[in-house]
Every structure is written in C-alpha cells, then in structure tokens.
Design a protein around this ligand. Sequence first.
Ligand code: SF4
Ligand code: SF4
Length: 259
Amino acid sequence: MKPRIAVHKFSSCDGCQLAFLNLGETLLQLAQLVDIVHFAEAGPVAESEHVDVAFVEGSISTAHDLARIQQVRAHATWLVTIGACATAGGVQALRGLADAKAWMHAVYASPEYIDTLATSTPIARHVKVDLELWGCPVNGRQVLGALRALLSGVMPPEEEDKVCLECKRRQHVCVMVAHGSPCMGPVTRTGCGALCPSFGRDCYGCYGPAENLNTRSLSHWLEGLGLAREEVARRYLFINNGAPAFRQAGLEATGDGDD
Ligand code: SF4
Ligand code: SF4
C-alpha cells in the first residue's frame, strides 16, 4: 500500500500549497509514489481520512480552525507545518499586538459578518507538531526532502544556519556591507539558498529566526544605516512577528520590550 499524504489549509494565502503545485512534473511523479488523499486546492477532498503525513498551511485564526486542527492531528501519523503562517502565526499574528476588534471595524464595511478570534496563532500552540518548515512560502525542495525523510523513518536535519552563512558559501556580495541595505540575513535561518541577496536584495526574514541570533547587535547596525527605531521594529514585526525572538526584538526596538 502506498503512503498516504494530505495537504490542509487554515488561515493563509495559499502560497505554501503552491510549493507543491509548482513542482510540476515532479508532482506527477510524487502522485505515483504516494496517495494524495486530501489536497483541496489540487482536487482530492477527504479531510477525515487517516494519512501518514499531514502537511498544514496557515494559522489558527477562527473557532472553526480550532476545531479542525484537532481532527487533522487525530487523523495523521506525522503532522508537518509548512510556512510562516502555520509555524509562527503569519503576518496576521500582528493582530495580537493591536486591538483586533478596532482593526476589523477599520478594514471591513460590515464587520458584523466576520467571525474571527482576536489572535492568530501557530499550529504548535494547539496540537503536537512533528516537524516545522519555515519560509513564506516554503519551497518544493524543503517539502520533498521532509517527505522523503519521514517516509524513510528519519527526521530531516533542521536548517538553522543564518542566511549570512549561505551567502558566504555561495560567494554572494554582502548587500549590507556593499550597499548599506538593511538585511535581516544575520538573524534569519537559511533554507532558501540566500535567494534575495543572490539578486542584490536584502533579506526580510521570511524564514524566521536562526540559531544563536544576536538581534540587539543587528538592531544597532540597522540604526547605524539610518533606520528610525520604528523602521527597525518593522523589520522584525513582519511575516514572522509571532516568532518569540523576532517579537521580542521588535518590541525592544520600539522601547516596549526593554529590560
Ligand atoms: S507562509 Fe506566506 S506564502 Fe505561506 S501561506 Fe502564509 S502568507 Fe502564504
Ligand atoms: S533571503 Fe530572506 S527574505 Fe529572501 S527568501 Fe531567503 S529568508 Fe526569505
């Protein structure tokens, strides 16, 4: 019997599910090796079937999400979060730093129809997660590597190095030193292959916090490049604002998290 997998969507933009769809021919090969039991964006719908690996995109933002994630966990041997929304709460976790109700009234013409929680939280806050894949979005190489490892009975190695290290390995010119760009590479985990610096762009931290990060040092550097404290805070309080190390650094930059 072939291994069975599912791809579930919670509160998200669908970009991480595209990491599967963008595999192209490889996805067709994958479909011959595993049974894709549930993947609403691609066709099959069978959310209550038991699977070996359940990939989960998106954060917990509604009461319906809260109930569904328990069912997904109950029907999966391994649960893998894919992307910043599922792993850290996503950009929508910013509502946890604000008056969510006031935001709702500011954004929607008829807020009485919106049924949402006041927070957006990562999947691991609610159920056991076996593996977290970071990125906004994740890439196909990560997803396939994780699936191959899990189905072979091992956990894939965690990529916690900094984007800076990846730049050095690939001999990219440092955009911070050479161009004065406010790059988040010194505190961001790799996994993307230092994609943005390879095009001369600064990293904006979409893979979340790296190991052994020194956000205070980076914040001083960013201020030295001319960023106001508010702008430094926004570099952290963005896609991965719900990751504790980035949230703390962002609040420190605004003065709210100072010791
Ligand atoms: S992590 Fe980024 S790409 Fe993935 S679903 Fe969330 S917003 Fe979309
Ligand atoms: S360089 Fe940074 S922002 Fe760009 S893809 Fe990699 S982690 Fe994301």
